[in-house]
Design a protein around this ligand. Sequence first.
Ligand code: FES
Length: 155
Amino acid sequence: MKIDYSLVTRRTFLNTLFGGWLAAFFSGSVYALMQFAFPTLGKEPDFVVLNASDFIDIPLNSVKPFAWGGKVGLFFKKADGTATALKGLCTHMECNITYKQEDRKFYCACHEGWYDEDGKNIKGPPPKPLELFNIKTEGEKIIVFKKGIKVESKI
Ligand code: FES
């Protein structure tokens, strides 16, 4: 079937095509410039240093968030007094998780994912456990670092 009339003229079609190409070119250039100007943007650190006084005295069975690069980390003091730290992002689609004190479990509200207090995925869609970090105290500082990373320097 031959179409005699079209709502889109050749000029409109070509202008739209050219405009799309320009938009793609400039957004790609801006992205490349941002990566050059901020090379660590979006990358996670190997370790962070926290003030011990801000975290040591939190109540038992509670969490306190801290900045893990551009993401959230959670300092967790268990009911038995031991402390750990973990990445506060769900392993399903990276929503922020919360700690439910009454259940003593971590919860992701996005798709109702649950983790036990050791970070193990126990219910819902999360495919793997939460990422746990190592912690060590040096004087007035707490160093939170990825497993497998060696932190040797005195802070
Ligand atoms: S993002 Fe957490 S359950 Fe889907």
